[in-house]
Design a protein around this ligand. Structure first.
Ligand code: PDD
Length: 296
């Protein structure tokens, strides 16, 4: 007899205009996302059905699409907000914490050529939603990180799906038993493989400036605002590799980590090896801001 209920594992996803079970969603082998990593993505946080910092994620997506010259109209982008809302409801994620993943590639075209296909080629648009497990226990004790050479290209400010250097770095961290890998370029610590990096040095909060060498994280921006309004001394200037030992605190920020203290880098503890007061204060202030639903 044919099964009439979908398998428990099959979430509802969205692909090119259709809502369908994830195990029936398929992308063409000619897709330029598959062949060239030719596309951008976003990961957005959802708290009790409310999207966090939707406007900032939308602006970063639009900027990435413009930089890659992938064309989606304003109406098409507006529609994606409705798609994301529906995925939260259809997957039963309206309570608790969730994330929505969105990816747009330049679409499928044959034969394979490096240059862009005809302008009529429709981008491939994919969205999915998943529940997010709390990292509070991890945050209580803090995490460890390793440093790795930054092998990425010179447009790290674009959130493209070309994540091979990030994946290799994160794998190196996993093998070393660490939580994150921190990219070092020309003697400067820039950011993690999937997080931004902050440090406290001489009582000043520091993070790399939003140049082409880091991803301008949404969480980074909000944490900077929260820190400034709490009266902290803030400087968008990176930590130099030879200053690491002077930092009294390090922490990571991202959509899925919020503010996550780092208590060990390579073989050395950060201060006494426990989360410090600045990361605790910023985490509470950040969570408070999320709970008022700020940043539509
Ligand atoms: N990572 N830096 C990099 C290289 C990232 O990939 C990310 C996000 C961040 C933090 O950005 P935001 O605060 O906007 O999440 C910084 C996402 C979540 C990921 O790849 O899953």
């Amino acid at each position: 007899m044919q099964a009439i209920t979908p398998s428990v594992a099959a979430r509802t996803v969205y692909l090119n205009g259709e809502f369908l079970p994830s195990d029936q969603a398929a992308v063409s082998v000619d897709d330029r996302g598959f062949l060239f990593a030719d596309g951008v993505y976003e990961v957005t946080r959802v708290l009790s059905g409310q999207f966090v910092e939707r406007g900032r994620h939308r602006r970063r997506l639009e900027r990435g699409l413009r930089a890659l010259e992938i064309r989606l109209t304003t109406a098409e982008l507006d529609r994606l907000d409705e798609v994301a809302d529906r995925l939260i409801v259809e997957n039963g994620l309206g309570v608790g914490e969730a994330t929505v993943y969105l990816q747009v590639t330049r679409g499928a075209v044959s034969p394979r050529t490096h240059q862009f296909p005809a302008v009529e080629t429709r981008p491939t648009v994919y969205l999915s939603a998943a529940s997010l497990t709390s990292k509070d226990e991890l945050r209580e004790h803090g995490v460890s990180a390793i440093t790795v050479p930054d092998m990425r290209w010179a447009r790290c400010d674009l959130k493209t799906v070309n994540l091979l250097p990030n994946a290799l770095a994160r794998q190196k961290a996993a093998v070393a038993g660490a939580y994150e890998a921190l990219f070092v370029r020309d003697g400067v610590l820039l950011e993690g493989s999937q997080t931004n990096l902050f440090a406290v040095i001489d009582g000043e909060l520091r993070t790399a400036p939003a140049t082409n060498y880091i991803l301008p994280g949404v969480t980074r921006e909000v944490v900077l605002e929260v820190a400034r309004s709490a009266g902290m001394h803030v400087r968008e200037f990176p930590v130099l590799a030879d200053e690491v030992y002077r930092a009294t605190e390090f922490f990571l920020t991202s959509t899925t980590n919020d503010v996550m203290p780092i208590v060990r880098i390579d073989d050395d503890p950060v201060s006494d090896g426990r989360p410090g007061p600045v990361s605790r204060q910023l985490h509470s202030a950040f969570m408070e801001r999320l709970s008022w639903g700020a940043g539509e």
